[in-house]
Each structure stands twice: as structure tokens, then as C-alpha cells.
Design a binder for this molecule. Structure first.
Ligand code: MIC
Ligand code: SF4
Length: 756
């Protein structure tokens, strides 16, 4: 039986009527995305048509998911909201804090030892407030959600950008910062700008070495890391139906890498099969009853140009394997072209590690496809040239894969490392031997992100993203430019052999199995549970509310850093070793912007402090300004804050005295996170004004006291020679968001309302 089946049935019950109401208002056939959005309006039935990309709309998501690295901050905030219990079904998953080093058993025990305090905190907060807790080792949040909670036509939010993975089962699932999760868990509306819609028509059928992963690798190449910003990507067509549910999950998962709000697929046979295989006949039966509402209208899919803002068509039959990278997930290269491109760019061709796992690609089917390659190689007397590392997505996947002999197959390569069912190397939780030498090298993985330093902390590691079967093939060949379709390998007997095409099993023939799935149900009544946070702790710190705005224009602000080029959330608040401070705002603030490249001098973590003229690390300089009561600002380039949902990237600068972040453009989640934490997230009206900003300028916000919706703000930039430029800044704040700014943060406002 599914978790929360009554809630799901309630959602389905209202579907026919609410979709009908939406149809009347919109007066057009509806896409699946619109059906889900309109059935989840906070105010009930649709009364007006919303303008895509413009109107802010209040929604009522069905559920919330959080992972350990973001849940700490989300729950610390929730504890301040003054509620006894969460208002919608919510779960927390312990998956990010587990280091990959020696192999699953030892690593998991080590992680329990080192993160005990945090896991206990999460477990007791969950217990108290009615939140399900998936213990360390249970699996990666998005795989566990797909197996247990995702349901067609539902809406969920999660404090992780890859929450979008649940689109594989036909949800609208959106990644958010913890403060947004607090809204929903506290029973308040959740606001989102009504998204634009991108339709992707899939024709044909995958074959040979092409995998679902290659669909999104190709899409990322077409749309780039910001092409999906503010949009839901809806996949449809015969090709979509031919993909497995977990394959659909892979595609939706990496929609985060193109900045999309989320991605989704209509309910179909493969989704039904997956629901039944994961013990959710009840959900499948209920979905079947309203099946026509759980996909886009036929007319929409016949004439997509009329209904979507942008349409892309991909023929799966023509798709070939891709590798994306290095350093950015949208640099797409068909494997057949890799040789030439790699040589031209001087990318190291020898591969040392090949990693399979992450929320993107760690399903049972993924493991079977990769295992088929390993089996074939063993049969052909091939030995791997690179080390294969594997993180299964969940205990259920691992247990079933073990039972079915897949793990034994992987272990036929002596060097294979099976790590814990957790994020591991994907989030820098990888104790890779020799990484500290910072040598230039190449790795391939089936993850989604490959920003500099992400997996092993080495800025010179060139990471390429591919399908699990391509990663397995490269483990064997040890070469980045290996094309399994055309290339031969020399085996132990000096024979030239070719790898057979991958052969996967969509769902385990004998069903999924698991002994202990690692789930902890919350107490029925948690009122007596006391949450203790040791004031001496290095890992956890209760939050002190941010100071409200004093109503005055900000004058005399200094520049903390002008970031140049790519500045993702990994650059703003690095993960890896820093994950350990995710529950301690002051300590984690010591990583604030240490990865951002200073436009003056091109170095990372070296900025000039205008108080004393010294060059120091970014967090130190910020603390000096703060100690002197000087407000600071950050200036950035395009797609600032790309990547993760971690609100630490907003809270840290806020904690260190930054009040405004002024950039050429923002990534969606980060922009919202800044607003939620009571900061000014602004964009240059004239992009080239970025060039005007000098290291020693002083900044005056001259009309902040008139901060209002749809009205630009003025910024006076006073240069050291006394000359000044006044520039215009755009913003997207609505009145409610301006109120967050005034209150000092959205949470300050919630607390005020709950205390009234
Ligand atoms: C990531 O993949 O970058 C993470 C780690 O899962 C983040 C969340 C975090 O920073 O904790 C994400 O994608 O939102
Ligand atoms: Fe974990 Fe990596 Fe997925 Fe983020 S992208 S949730 S770190 S597996």
C-alpha cells in the first residue's frame, strides 16, 4: 500500500471538477502542466487565466521532501514558525552526509559516528512535528520519493533542486529553499510565478547505446544551463511512452541543469507498471480512473506549437550517446565526436574513475544496463582500466540488485567499489585518494552536475556526465574518447573485441524486495518530544532572526565581491567538506563565496577590504565590514546562483551583512531564496553597467524608501575619484515579497502572524 493514499485519493477526487473549471476559464485544451497547476491553486477552482512568466500564483502542494543537508536549516526555521505539526505529509532523507571512501559498510558506520548529532537532531525534529524520517543508508531522497511518494498529477516541493526527478511519475515537483518548505509545512500558500511551458516531443524509440540520459544530455546542449529558466518542460509523443518510468525520472531530474522549474511526463503504461512494481496498486488503480486528466489533452499534443511557448522535437531513433562536460552540464558532445573535441581542448583522455549513481541514474534498470556491460567485458576477458564506483539509489534497489546478482557482477572487476546508498561523490562526499595533489585528470559519472571541484574538491578534475552504460564502458576502456559503437578493445589474450550493446531490465522479474527500508514513522503525538541543541555545538545553531529593514535608504555600502563568470551555488557555498556545517549558520558562513572568481585580479577567495586596504579571504573581509557596521553588496554575472537549492547561499551573505546582490541574471531558486531571507536580489537594467562597478566604489540606494512593485530602483555608484554614475536596477518583487524585505525575512513575517 502507498503512503498517504487517502491524501492521494482526495486529490484525485477533485480532479475532474477542477480541471473542468480550469478548461472553462482558459478556454483552450490544456497541457498536463496546466492541469496540475490549476488543480493545486490555493484558492480552489480557477477563476482567472494566469499569464505565464508574469503572474505570481499561490499554490497548495500535496507534500514536501527534504534532505539532511538542507533539512537542518529548513527545520531550524520551521521550529521558529510556531506550529505543532506539519500541515502536509512531509519527509526527511539522510543521504548527503555520507562519505564515500572504503565501501558501504565501513562508510555508513563512519558517517553515523561523525554525524550522529545531526542525524539525532533530524530524527527527533521529524518525530516531534509529524515528519517521516528515512535513516542514513535508506537511499537518495529522489529515488526514495520516486519509489514511495511520487504520484501522477500531484504537486510537491522539496528542499533540493533535483526534486524535479518525480516528474518521471507525472508530478509537478519543484525544488525550493527551506523557507519555501516552511510555508507549506506551516499550512500557508506557496507562491510561484506561473511558469512558461516548453514542450518536447519525443518520436521514435531508443536503441543500442542510446539511453534516457542522452535525451536530457542533448536537451541540455540545446537549451543551455539557463534555457529552461522559469519554464516547465513537458515531454510527450510516442517516444515518451516508450521510456521506462525511471528513464523519465532521469530526464526530469537533469531538467534542473537547464534551470527549468520542473519537467513532467503524462501518465502512461510505463508509469503504471512502475507504480504496481513498487507496491502501489492502489495509486495505479486510482490514477486509472481519472487517466484522461493525468496527461495533456490530445489536441495539445497534436498541435503543440499552439499551446507551448517553445517546442523542441527529438527523434529517439536517431539519438546517440553523449558525454557532457567538463565543468558545466550543458557542454554536450556526441561520443563519436569526443576524440576530436577532447584533443582540441586538451582534456585528459585517460580516465581514472567511472562512477555510477546519484539521484539521476541509480535505479534498478540503470544498474542492469551497466551490469550487462560489465558481464560482457568479463566474458570477453577485458579488465577495467579505470575504477568503477557504484552508489545504489536506495536500499530497495540495492537489496533487489544484490538478490539478482547484479552486485556480484560489478564485483567481478576486482577494483570495483560499492558505496553507500547515498549521494556520495556526487556531492563531494568522496575521500578520493590523491585529490589533494590537484593533478589534471578526467573522471566520468552518471550524475547530473560537474561544476569545478564538485566531486573530489580538485579544481583540475575534468568531470563528464554520461549514461550508466557509457560510464561502465569507459571504466573498461579507460578512455574518454572511447566510442563503444565503433571502437575495439584489446583483451587479456591480446584479441580485439567489441563490447555488446547494453541490455537492461526495466523492472525486476521477481519484484522488488527489501528487508529494512530504513523508514522511521513519526510519533502520533510529538508534543512531549524536546529538541535540544547544544549551544556549544559546532554543527547546529539555533537561528537568531535577521534584523528588519530600518526603513531608510541604504547609503555608503561597499562591494564585497564582483564575481566574474560562472557563479553557481557551489561557488557561493561549497558542499563537500562544508556540508558538516549546514546546521550552523555562523560556521558555514566561513565558506561564503570562497569559490567565486573576483573580477578584479581573477583570483578566488581574495578581495580587497576598503577599510584597511588589505587583501583577505571573502568571509574575513565580510566580517570586518560587518564589525564596522558597513553594509555590503555582491555583484555578479549571468545565471548567478545556478545549481543547488541550498538557501545557505543566501543566508550566509545575509548573516555577514550583505544586503543586495546585483547581477546580470539569476537562477530561479536562488533569486527566491534571497527574497525569502530579506535581501535585495536585483538585476542590471542595462547589462553593461556591470562593467561600471569598480572595486573601491561606494553604493547608495537612493529610492529604496519607495521600494514598490513594478518600479525600478536607482543605485548611485560613487567612484573613488568622486565621480558618480546613477544606474537603474530591475527587480521582480511583488508586494508580499517587499514585505519580507521590510520584515527582515519571510520567516519574521510568519512568526509575527502566528503570534498575533
Ligand atoms: C546538489 O545536488 O547540489 C544538492 C547538494 O543536492 C543540492 C542541495 C544542497 O545543496 O544541499 C541541490 O541540488 O539542491
Ligand atoms: Fe544527491 Fe547528487 Fe542528487 Fe544532489 S544531485 S540529490 S547531491 S545525488
Amino acid at each position: 500500500m502507498a503512503f498517504d493514499i487517502e491524501m492521494i485519493k482526495k486529490v484525485y477526487q477533485k480532479y475532474p471538477k477542477v480541471v473542468e473549471a480550469a478548461r472553462k476559464v482558459v478556454r483552450k485544451p490544456l497541457t498536463l502542466s496546466e492541469k496540475i497547476l490549476y488543480t493545486h491553486l490555493w484558492d480552489g477552482n480557477a477563476k482567472t487565466v494566469f499569464t505565464r512568466g508574469e503572474d505570481y500564483v499561490d499554490f497548495a502542494p500535496d507534500r514536501v521532501a527534504m534532505q539532511d543537508a538542507t533539512a537542518q536549516m529548513a527545520l531550524l526555521q520551521f521550529m521558529q514558525a510556531g506550529k505543532n505539526k506539519v500541515s502536509v505529509p512531509s519527509t526527511t532523507h539522510a543521504d548527503h552526509l555520507i562519505l564515500a571512501k572504503l565501501g558501504a559498510d565501513k562508510d555508513l558506520q563512519e558517517s553515523l559516528n561523525t554525524n550522529n548529532e545531526v542525524f539525532n537532531f533530524l530524527s527527533s525534529v521529524c518525530n516531534k512535528y509529524g515528519i517521516g524520517f528515512w535513516k542514513p543508508g535508506a537511499g537518495i531522497i529522489h529515488q526514495v520519493v520516486l519509489e514511495n511518494y511520487a504520484f501522477p498529477g500531484g504537486m510537491m516541493i522539496g528542499t533540493d533542486s533535483h526534486t524535479v526527478n518525480a516528474g518521471g511519475l507525472g508530478m509537478v515537483a519543484i525544488g525550493v529553499g527551506g523557507a519555501d518548505a516552511v510555508d507549506v509545512m506551516a499550512g500557508m500558500p506557496w507562491e510561484l510565478k506561473f511558469p512558461k511551458l516548453i514542450g518536447i516531443k519525443l518520436t521514435g524509440k531508443l536503441s543500442g547505446w542510446a539511453a534516457a540520459k542522452d535525451v536530457i544530455l542533448k536537451v541540455a546542449g540545446i537549451l543551455t544551463v539557463k534555457g529552461g529558466t522559469g519554464a516547465i518542460v513537458e515531454y510527450f509523443g510516442e517516444g515518451a511512452k516508450s521510456l521506462s518510468a525511471t528513464g523519465k525520472g532521469t530526464i526530469c531530474n537533469m531538467g534542473a541543469e537547464i534551470g527549468a522549474t520542473t519537467s513532467t511526463f503524462g501518465y502512461d503504461k510505463s508509469i503504471e507498471r512502475y507504480l504496481r512494481a513498487t507496491d502501489r496498486n492502489d495509486v495505479a488503480d486510482a490514477a486509472n480512473e481519472i487517466r484522461e486528466h493525468l496527461t495533456g489533452d490530445a489536441e495539445v499534443y497534436s498541435n503543440p506549437e499552439t499551446y507551448f511557448d517553445q517546442v523542441i522535437e527529438i527523434n529517439l531513433s536517431e539519438l546517440t550517446p553523449h558525454l557532457n562536460g567538463p565543468f558545466t552540464p550543458d557542454l554536450a558532445t556526441p561520443v563519436a565526436e569526443m576524440k576530436e573535441k577532447a584533443v582540441k581542448n586538451d582534456w585528459p583522455l585517460d580516465v581514472e574513475w567511472a562512477l555510477i549513481g546519484s539521484c539521476t541514474n541509480s535505479s534498478y534498470e540503470d544498474l542492469t544496463r551497466a551490469a550487462s556491460i560489465v558481464e560482457d567485458a568479463v566474458n570477453k576477458d577485458l579488465k577495467p582500466k579505470a575504477t568503477l564506483g557504484i552508489n545504489p539509489g536506495s536500499e530497495q534497489v540495492r537489496f533487489t540488485a544484490e538478490r539478482d546478482g547484479l552486485m556480484d557482477t560489478f564485483k567481478k572487476f576486482e577494483s570495483t567499489k560499492i558505496f553507500t546508498n547515498a549521494c556520495g561523490p556526487c556531492i563531494g562526499q568522496w575521500d578520493r585518494e590523491g585529490a589533494d595533489k590537484q593533478e589534471k585528470n578526467t573522471i566520468v559519472h552518471s550524475f547530473n552536475r560537474n561544476f569545478a571541484k564538485r566531486a573530489d574538491g580538485n579544481p583540475n578534475t575534468h568531470a563528464f556526465v554520461g549514461s550508466p552504460e557509457m560510464v561502465a564502458a569507459i571504466a573498461i576502456s579507460g578512455r574518454l574518447d572511447f566510442n563503444p559503437i565503433t571502437d575495439f578493445l584489446t583483451n587479456e589474450n591480446n584479441e580485439q573485441v567489441k563490447l555488446a550493446e547494453p541490455n537492461g531490465i526495466e523492472l525486476p522479474k521477481n519484484g522488488f524486495a527489501v528487508e529494512d527500508n530504513g523508514y522511521q514513522a513519526p510519533a502520533q503525538d510529538g508534543s512531549n518530544i524536546e529538541i535540544v541543541v547544544n549551544p556549544e555545538s559546532n554543527r547546529l545553531q539555533l537561528l537568531t532572526p535577521f534584523t528588519p529593514w530600518n526603513g531608510k535608504n541604504i547609503m555608503g555600502a561597499q562591494l564585497l565581491i564582483k564575481a566574474e563568470g560562472k557563479c553557481t551555488t557551489d561557488h557561493i557555498s561549497m558542499a563537500g567538506p562544508w556540508l558538516r556545517y549546514r546546521g550552523h549558520l555562523d560556521n558555514i558562513s566561513n565558506n561564503c563565496l570562497i569559490g567565486a572568481v573576483n573580477a578584479f585580479g581573477g583570483k578566488t577567495n581574495a578581495v580587497v577590504c576598503q577599510i584597511d586596504g588589505t587583501t583577505d579571504e571573502v568571509p574575513n573581509v565580510a566580517r570586518k565590514y560587518k564589525a564596522e557596521g558597513i553594509t555590503t553588496i555582491i555583484v555578479g554575472d549571468h545565471n548567478y546562483g545556478e545549481g543547488s537549492s541550498r538557501e545557505h547561499a543566501a543566508m550566509e551573505p545575509r548573516h555577514l551583512g550583505v544586503m543586495a546582490v546585483i547581477v546580470k541574471s539569476f537562477a530561479r531558486i536562488h533569486e527566491t531564496n534571497l527574497k525569502k531571507q530579506g535581501m535585495l536580489g536585483l538585476t542590471f537594467s542595462n547589462e553593461s553597467d556591470y562593467d561600471l562597478i569598480k572595486e573601491d566604489d561606494t553604493f547608495n540606494f537612493t529610492d529604496l524608501s519607495n521600494f514598490s512593485e513594478n518600479k525600478q530602483l536607482a543605485l548611485e555608484v560613487v567612484h573613488s575619484d568622486g565621480n558618480a554614475d546613477t544606474i537603474k536596477l530591475n527587480h521582480t518583487y511583488n508586494q508580499a515579497q517587499i514585505d519580507w524585505f521590510k520584515a527582515g525575512s519571510a520567516l519574521n513575517l510568519i512568526r509575527k502572524q502566528n503570534n498575533q
